[in-house]
Design a protein around this ligand. Structure first.
Ligand code: NAD
Length: 490
């Protein structure tokens, strides 16, 4: 126990242990060893955090101008930059993702706070013309209140930031509940909040081993808005809990995103995009481009190129500079991925590369895997959340679009072609929140992100990302000072 790093929750501006005094361990998926001791918060800790968030909303933070909030966000951005290496190390220890990816992510993360700082002092209402000249009508944009932000284990800080940056810009307060599988980096991040000059209670972080901790927060009557990133199944439960309190909810859920490759595409570039889409982060991203929809004429060549690159991917220590793919982030996820590979074999998939675990490396390594399958195969239909690409073929554009859209999900997708007309035409027909043309896995604070269909509700990022944290109030001002017939409308 002595050599575990100790983390504490943040409630009301103070580092605290769980009321129960219990802790749980976060395991490093690469070493297989526990590395951090985490407070095991429960409902009473959530209650305290929600009360602190409410008090902060009703207190100093609620009185601060957008200009002052923007200054806090900018300081936070600088602090993230200054602490990027430490936060990246915590992310890697928690989830096994590559240090080089996480360091890049952390170095870019301040950009989200800078972007939303730029919006914090530009939250404007409107003066609205009324058909009755005796009234002046205007709108105010007011913060929605206390937000519950619940995040998954892959990229905890990035996915929290999609919520935290706009909600702070809007003037809300928050209780963040990171995943029990990767809780430490969010607690590490919380240590920067006070230094940024953000008053105590504005940002609270509660950790807990039981999934009931998140459920208690999602359904908490003291919360005004729920922002969730995670699986579609949990998202439905979170949506129901929010709706019971008539709370607005943003859901960023799972995906099974298609990469459609036409025969005129630059196949080398497409192969590289496929590798980025499904093997980066060991395939554990919501936007993983895990379905390859490829023209029959170029199937063999493209699958060969991707399989060749897959075979050369360097698996190993996620902290090492030369490593390209780390382990799967935790044991349940590892078993889930291997289960999908067994099922793929049973259902007759052709394996161009991979298909098995790499037990020789220890811990939860799975080979990057390239399969050719039928569109009815389970591995092609369900979210694997691992390094597994499943290819199917088409012969004309209509069939390609049909195959791309033959999924309950709609988070992302890509079109690979040199034909500019076709690129835009097909991008317009793919039912997904993000479509890249001749690219994959690019994100920005300024670009909306979110899902169609079972991939979610609402959008994060972009100018309108802040709207999820604002209420619109209409104010009517009677101008004549006279009285009116009280039994008529307006
Ligand atoms: P998960 O749904 O199991 O858990 C997400 C979070 O919800 C965790 O913090 C968990 O403790 C909490 N939780 C569990 N039960 C809850 C309940 N009943 N009420 C409230 N909270 C509850 O997801 P995960 O396994 O951590 O993450 C992987 C999933 O997240 C994948 O499906 C992936 O596609 C999705 N994801 C989506 C996006 C996106 O932006 N669309 C991004 C990353 C991950």
């Amino acid at each position: 126990m002595a050599d575990l790093e100790q983390f504490r929750m943040l409630i009301g501006g103070k580092p605290v242990d769980a009321v129960s005094g219990r802790t749980f361990e976060s395991q490093n998926p690469y070493t297989g060893q526990p590395w951090a001791s985490i407070p095991d918060g429960g409902p009473e800790d959530v209650d305290a955090a929600v009360a602190a968030a409410r008090a902060a909303f009703d207190g100093e933070w609620g009185q601060m101008t957008g200009f002052a909030r923007a200054a806090c966000l900018r300081r936070l951005a600088d602090l993230i930059g200054a602490n990027a290496e430490e936060l990246a190390r915590q992310e890697v220890s928690d989830s096994g993702k590559l240090y080089r990816e996480m360091l890049g992510q952390l170095n870019g993360l301040g950009g989200w706070y800078q972007y939303f700082a730029g919006l914090a002092d530009k939250i404007e209402g409107q003066q609205i013309p009324s058909p009755n000249p005796n009234y002046l009508v205007y709108t105010r944009r007011e913060p929605v209140g206390v937000v519950a932000a619940i995040t998954p284990w892959n990229s905890p800080l990035l996915l929290m930031t999609f919520k935290l940056a706009p909600l702070l810009a809007a003037g809300c307060t928050v209780v963040v509940k990171p995943s029990e599988h990767a809780p430490a980096s969010t607690l590490g991040f919380a240590e920067l909040i006070e230094q940024a000059g953000i008053p105590g209670g504005v940002v609270n972080v509660v950790t807990g081993l039981s999934r009931d901790t998140g459920a208690h927060l999602a359904g908490h009557p003291g919360v005004d808005k729920v922002a969730f990133t995670g699986s579609t199944a949990t998202g439905k439960a979170v949506g129901r809990a929010a709706m019971d309190n008539l709370n607005a909810v943003t859901l960023e859920l799972g995906g099974k995103s298609p990469q459609v490759v036409f025969p005129d595409a630059d196949l080398q570039a497409a192969a590289n995009g496929l590798v980025a889409g499904v093997f980066a982060a060991t395939g554990q991203t919501c936007m993983a481009g895990s379905r390859l929809v490829v023209h029959a004429d170029v199937h063999d060549e493209l699958v060969r190129l991707v399989a060749e690159r897959a075979a050369s991917i360097k698996l190993g220590d996620p902290m090492a500079a030369e490593t390209e793919m780390g382990p799967v982030a935790n044991q349940p996820q590892y078993e889930k991925v291997l289960g999908y590979l067994d099922k793929a074999r049973e259902e007759g998939a052709t394996i161009a590369y991979g298909g098995v675990s790499k037990e020789s490396l220890g811990s939860y390594f799975v080979q990057p895997t390239v399969l050719t399958v039928k569109p009815t195969d389970t591995v092609y239909r369900e979210e694997v959340f691992g390094p597994v690409l499943s290819a199917v073929t088409f012969t004309d554009e209509d069939e390609a679009i049909k195959l791309a859209n033959d999924t309950p999900y709609g988070l992302a997708g890509a079109v690979w072609t040199k034909d500019i007309h076709r690129g835009h035409r097909v991008a317009g027909k793919i039912k997904a929140g993000t479509v890249w043309i001749n690219a994959y896995r690019v994100l920005s604070p300024s670009v909306p992100f979110g899902g169609f269909k079972a991939s979610g509700l609402g959008r994060e990022n972009g100018i309108h990302g802040i709207d999820a944290y604002l209420e619109t109030k209409a104010v009517w001002v009677e101008l004549t000072g006279g009285t009116r017939d009280p039994f008529t409308l307006g």
